[in-house]
Design a protein around this ligand. Structure first.
Ligand code: ZN
Length: 357
């Protein structure tokens, strides 16, 4: 009896080990698991049929499982939920290839209601959360959103941007940046200013120097296709809250540096921008006296910032201005701004006081 009991236990153990090892073997098994979880999530959202009001945020296509790509899971999402990427209802968020897979399904049930269910990879299975209204408005607190775990910032900020009909190019950059913070939204204004006030002449090309760089740089390099790999974008360490103080003057609120240059004629110019965040105007615009404006990691604050910047999208001049311009008349002039060892801020503003000997 005792031996029989032990062998039964051994069989059960073997079956358990076997099924755990092979539960996700191959993409078909993964799709089955995801389909079950997606059906559960749809049921928790009362199986919506107005698919234009439904969105799925996922890192499928970036996350890899057991060495396999996961992009084909977007087809599973499409089949089960009725949403698709070409209508902007499947949004693929950039993550590292070894990040856990997730799907966040949100349904816009009214102008300010947005229940969301999160499906997250939990080892070899998917966990499906309870619905949570994530629409950011007065009276909401970040505490409730923390139940969404490591993706709360990304998920809450992105689905609010989608629900607020933010422009495609901003959403695209936010997907690359992996969240839609106020910083990435400022890039929308910076590029608006560059295109309006610093257009290229025939033969010229842009180089953008992130000095300082902040979240907006991911919008700038996405929207303008100025990538580091193609030498269109460069960055140096200088915090946006820092002051550049010369013997004559203190410069605050520095934006980035825009270079327009024609490599054939070796002529162009460099323009250092100033960015005014207009925080007081944003607080007035939001009109939420209970909001903690100091919690920079609070996604609510960032959603409010983004709404404020988008409301001002046609007026980048309210936020941006020019601190200084320098002409470029040779390759050597350009190199003093971009080559190894260059200090573009010193070149344009003069030596920083602490650097002056
Ligand atoms: Zn950011």
């Amino acid at each position: 009896m005792k031996v029989k009991g032990l062998s039964l236990l051994a069989v059960i153990l073997v079956v358990l080990v076997f099924s755990a090892g092979f539960a996700w073997a191959g993409m078909a098994a993964l799709q089955d698991e995801a389909a079950v979880a997606l059906k559960q999530a749809m049921a928790k959202l009362d199986n919506p049929t107005d698919t234009q009001n439904l969105v799925c945020l996922t890192n499928a296509g970036y996350a890899m499982i057991d060495g396999e790509g996961t992009l084909s899971l977007c087809k599973t999402v499409r089949d089960i939920c009725g949403v698709s990427a070409d209508t902007g209802n499947i949004l693929r968020v950039h993550t590292a290839f070894d990040a856990p897979l997730y799907f966040a399904l949100a349904h816009k049930t009214g102008p300010d209601t947005l229940p969301l269910v999160l499906i997250s990879q939990n080892g070899k299975a998917f966990a499906v959360s309870e619905p949570l209204d994530v629409y950011v408005k007065k009276g909401k607190s970040f505490e409730a959103f923390k139940s969404l775990g490591r993706y709360s910032f990304s998920v809450v900020s992105m689905v609010n941007g989608w629900a607020n009909d933010f422009p495609e190019d901003l959403m695209q950059a936010a997907l690359y940046h992996d969240h839609l913070c106020g910083g990435v939204s400022t890039g929308f204004l910076t590029v608006g200013y560059i295109k309006k006030h610093l257009p290229l002449s025939e033969g010229q090309q842009y180089t953008y120097i992130g000095a300082p760089a902040w979240c907006q740089d991911d919008y700038i390099l996405t929207a303008m296709n100025l990538t580091p790999g193609k030498s269109g974008y460069r960055s140096m360490k200088f915090n946006w809250t820092d002051t550049w103080k010369t013997a004559e003057k203190a410069y605050t609120n520095l934006g980035g540096l825009v270079i327009r240059y024609d490599p054939k004629t070796e002529k162009g110019d460099a323009t250092l921008l100033k960015f005014d965040w207009r925080r007081d105007d944003m607080i007035k615009f939001t009109n939420d006296p209970d909001m903690d404006w100091n919690g920079l990691k609070n996604p609510l604050l960032h959603v409010y910032y983004s709404r404020f910047y988008l409301a001002n999208k046609d007026h980048p001049e309210k936020f941006l201005s020019v601190i200084a311009t320098k002409s470029i008349d040779s390759q050597a002039d350009l190199d003093r701004l971009v080559a190894m060892g260059a200090n573009p801020l010193a070149e344009i503003l003069g030596k920083r006081v602490s650097d002056v000997k």
